[in-house]
Structures are given as structure tokens and as C-alpha cells.
Design a binder for this molecule. Structure first.
Ligand code: BUP
Length: 457
């Protein structure tokens, strides 16, 4: 009957890293017989986002789509020019305006699942409509705990200015200062301010749905869920690794190429959808990769936003490099289907920036990672994946642009990634645990089923 079919609105925020888990969650909900309404902002920051949204909707005509026109920001805050941070802020401060768009939906909504950066506005709307709001957090539990603690941290000027120590969140393992994103030391930074104003609303949510699984970061998870830390948080609900869904097949030559490579012989390098390294760093990476003598598939982005990426690969890498390595490797600057690449048996290691979706995609396949975090949550994430046994991380490499990581260091770590048998077997074990969590009767499946059950009435 109609009442046994919950109707859930999903409201992601900007960037592929935020959109991807929501679309994956949408397909999980549909497969459990829920109705889904997807709320997206009227224009997206990247082309990748709008392409994925349209393709997803075209393959799921049963989803209702609401386009939300976000009033643009005045370009007055000068703490950042990152278009994604600006869009977070714009969406955050207008989130309450979704009220009239969703209050008369039929059948009425049973719940709203929304991004952390709209928690404040959406939780008020949810209270008004008398329905639960779940926050979907798109990062590690470790980094979530830091964001949840940010209102306290940023209100304590003395602690913020003391850069010599670790950040201690009572009840949790301390976080080294070097893992705290630099903007967090400035309470006026647009990104920090946006997070703080929404983190204070987390206690109003019914639960925090996370793309992770029980045994990937057990300590942080149990400290929070057993009320030994951050006691005002609602339960954290691990529902991952969220299954990948059918994506638009691109015309890329990489799949036929991968097919011709021996098992586990290829290093796959990608630094996410919003990271661009400096040209000097790209050259060191190029040389380290060549010196390592491994086969490689390298996704190389030169701009933060895909729209303006017109740089030429030959200019950047030199035609002689491309010529010398043409039988050994492939460098691409276009959008690829990362989930298909990681699933390919030829891939033996993953050099990556540690965006949380990428970490979960590697975990699900048991692919060892060489962590090369660049910004934001990525150092905290690197710490988590290293501890879980999924990969290695050289902490001295620093944040993006902090120092030039040299050819020889890169060569050495890539060789370690591809030859360390212990690392390989630990990563395979992580893969088995991940698949157990999402298999029949697995912990993540149980958790999402319980949430869905609770919304039926
Ligand atoms: Br690039 C790229 N193809 O070419 P993360 C990324 N992806 O499928 P990010 C592709 O986008 P934030 C490409 O598999 C992952 O699901 C990738 O999310 C996919 O990093 C997603 O890994 C990227 O979380 O996000 O985009 O840097 O910085 O917001 O965490």
C-alpha cells in the first residue's frame, strides 16, 4: 500500500564528491521500494555534475526532480575564490527556501536526506513538516567528528592560535595539527563559517548516514555511537560502501587498453574532480612514474573546474614522454568511469587524493592505495585508510603545493605500492570486509533497511 512506501527527498550539495553518494543512495532507496524526489540546484558548478544528474534521471524516470534556484552570492567574501565553497555557502544560506517546493508533494514526504552544508536550513523545514531529517555525510567518520566539533574549536581563539599541539576532541584519538585543513584556523573563512553554521544543527537530525562500513574505522564510530565522544550527535549510520550504479558509458580507449594489460600490473592515478596540481609537481610525478617502470593509467586534471580545462597534454608532459611511454601508459584529461577502472583486474594500485568516494571505491575492490591527500578532509581520510590497512601514506608530502614532492620519492612509493605483498593482502582483506557489509545480511544493508522500516507507517 501507499503508506508502506516511504517518500524520501534527497538534497545533495555542490561537487561530484557530494553528488555521487546521493545518487548511489537514491538507487539503493529505489531498490528497496521507496519513492525518491531529488532536489538539485538550478545550475551546477561543474559540467560533470549536470551530466550525471541528467543521465541518472533519464535512467530513473520514476524519480521526481525539483530544481532549486539558489539566489547567487555577492562576491564580497574574499577569504576564498573556490567556486565549490562559494556554492556551499549560497546553498546553505538559502536552504530553508525549499519549504514551499516540498511541502505540497504528493504523497507527502516521509523524510529528507540532505547534505551537511544545508543541515541548518533543512532541519528547520523538516521540523515544520513534522518529518525526520537525516544528514548524509560524504566523508570519513574521523573528519565528520572534526566538523561536528568545529563550533567549539572555532569559538576558542587560544586553541586556534596554538599550532604546536594536536587537536584533542574529548573521547577521540587526537588529530595532528597537520591534518587540520588550514581554513579551519580562520573562523571567518567562508568554508569554515559554512560548516560551523550547519554543524550546530547536527543534533537536530535523526541520524547521520555515512558511506563507510562498521569495521573500516571502528574506534571513532563506537566512541560516538556509544556516547563516549560528541554526546549530542545523533547515531552515525554506516551504510557503505554505497554500491555503484550504471553510468553513462564513455567512448574512452582505456577499457580496451586495460584489457590488454596483465593482471594487477597497472598503476591507476587520479586526484579527484576538483584538484589541480602545479605544473612543476605534475612534472615530478611524470618522471617518478616513468622511473618506476610500471604501466600506468593517469587521469590528469589541470583546472579545479572542468569547464575551463583547455590545457594541452603535450605542452605539459612533453611529446617525448608521451612517445616513450606510449606502449606502457595512458594519460587522459577527460572524465573517466573511475568505478569501472577500479573494478578492472589489470589495476594493481591506486595513487589518489583520498576523496572519500574514491577511498570507498578502492575499499570495495580491495585495491591498495598510495594516499596523496591534497586538501580538506583528505589527510584525515588518509589516516583512516592507512590504519584500516588499505594503503600507504607518506605524511611528509604535505598539502597540495606545500612542497614539491620529488621524482625519487614518488618512484620509491609507487614501487612500494606495487610490490608490497603484505599491503596487497591487507587491502584484499579490506575488500572482503567491505563486500560482507553490503552483502546479504551485512551490517550496512541492515542499517539502511532499519532506517527505511522506521519511515513506513
Ligand atoms: Br576525476 C573523476 N571519473 O574522471 P571523491 C572522478 N570520478 O568517475 P572529489 C569519476 O567522482 P571532494 C573521473 O569515482 C568519485 O566517485 C570518482 O569523488 C568519480 O573526490 C567521484 O573521490 C569523486 O570524493 O570530491 O571529487 O575530489 O573533494 O568533494 O571529496
Amino acid at each position: 500500500s501507499e503508506t508502506s512506501q516511504p517518500h524520501i527527498a534527497l538534497f545533495p550539495s555542490a561537487g561530484m564528491g557530494h553528488l555521487t553518494p546521493f545518487l548511489r543512495l537514491a538507487s539503493v532507496l529505489l531498490s528497496h521500494n521507496c519513492m525518491v524526489t531529488l532536489i538539485t540546484t538550478k545550475s551546477t558548478v561543474s559540467v560533470a555534475e549536470s551530466t550525471y544528474i541528467s543521465f541518472f534521471l533519464s535512467t530513473h524516470p520514476e524519480i521526481k526532480h525539483i530544481e532549486f534556484q539558489v539566489p547567487p552570492m555577492q562576491p564580497s567574501n574574499t577569504t576564498t575564490d573556490d567556486p565549490f565553497f562559494i556554492q556551499f555557502k549560497a546553498t546553505s544560506r538559502s536552504a530553508h527556501l525549499i519549504h514551499p517546493l516540498i511541502s505540497s508533494l504528493s504523497p507527502p514526504l516521509s523524510a529528507i536526506f540532505s547534505d551537511l552544508v544545508v543541515a541548518s536550513g533543512v532541519s528547520k523545514v523538516a521540523i515544520d513538516l513534522g518529518i525526520p531529517n537525516y544528514t548524509v555525510s560524504t566523508t570519513s567518520v574521523k573528519f565528520l567528528s572534526l566538523m561536528a566539533y568545529l563550533p567549539i574549536l572555532t569559538s576558542d581563539a587560544a586553541r586556534l592560535s596554538d599550532r604546536s599541539t594536536e587537536i584533542e576532541i574529548p573521547g577521540l584519538a587526537p588529530l595532528p595539527i597537520s591534518s587540520i585543513p588550514p581554513p579551519f584556523f580562520n573562523p571567518d573563512h567562508l568554508f569554515t563559517a559554512t560548516l560551523v553554521s550547519n554543524a550546530i544543527a547536527l543534533p537536530d537530525c535523526k541520524g547521520i548516514l555515512m558511506n563507510t562500513f562498521d569495521c573500516f574505522e571502528p574506534e571513532t564510530l563506537s566512541a560516538i555511537n556509544n556516547k563516549r565522544a560528541l554526546r549530542n550527535l545523533p547515531p552515525i549510520l554506516p551504510i557503505g560502501p554505497l554500491e555503484t550504479y550504471e553510468l553513462k558509458k564513455d567512448q574512452g580507449q582505456y577499457l580496451p587498453w586495460l584489457k590488454n594489460q596483465p593482471a594487477e600490473s597497472v598503476v591507476f592515478l587520479s586526484f579527484g574532480s576538483r584538484t589541480a596540481m602545479s605544473k612543476d609537481q605534475i612534472k615530478e610525478l611524470r618522471d617518478g612514474l616513468e622511473k618506476s617502470e610500471y604501466r600506468f593509467l593517469w587521469i590528469l586534471k589541470m583546472k579545479t573546474v572542468d569547464k575551463d580545462d583547455s590545457e594541452d597534454l603535450e605542452d605539459l608532459l612533453s611529446s617525448s614522454f608521451l612517445e616513450r611511454t606510449k606502449n606502457k601508459g595512458m594519460v587522459l584529461k577527460e572524465w573517466v568511469n573511475q568505478q569501472d577502472i577500479l573494478a578492472h583486474p589489470a589495476v594493481g594500485g591506486f595513487v589518489n587524493h583520498c576523496g572519500w568516494n574514491s577511498v570507498m571505491e578502492a575499499a570495495q575492490r580491495g585495491i591498495p592505495m598510495l594516499a596523496w591527500p591534497q586538501h580538506g578532509d583528505q589527510r584525515a581520510n588518509a589516516e583512516v585508510l592507512e590504519k584500516a590497512g588499505l594503503g600507504i601514506w607518506d605524511r611528509t608530502w604535505g598539502w597540495c603545493g606545500q612542497r614539491l614532492v620529488k621524482t625519487d620519492e614518488i618512484q620509491k612509493r609507487i614501487s612500494e605500492l606495487m610490490t608490497d605483498a603484505k599491503l596487497k593482502s591487507r587491502a584484499k582483506k579490506v575488500g572482503e570486509e567491505a563486500r560482507k557489509a553490503t552483502g546479504n545480511g551485512g551490517s550496512s544493508i541492515k542499517t539502511i533497511m532499519e532506517v527505511i522500516e522506521s519511515l513506513k507507517q
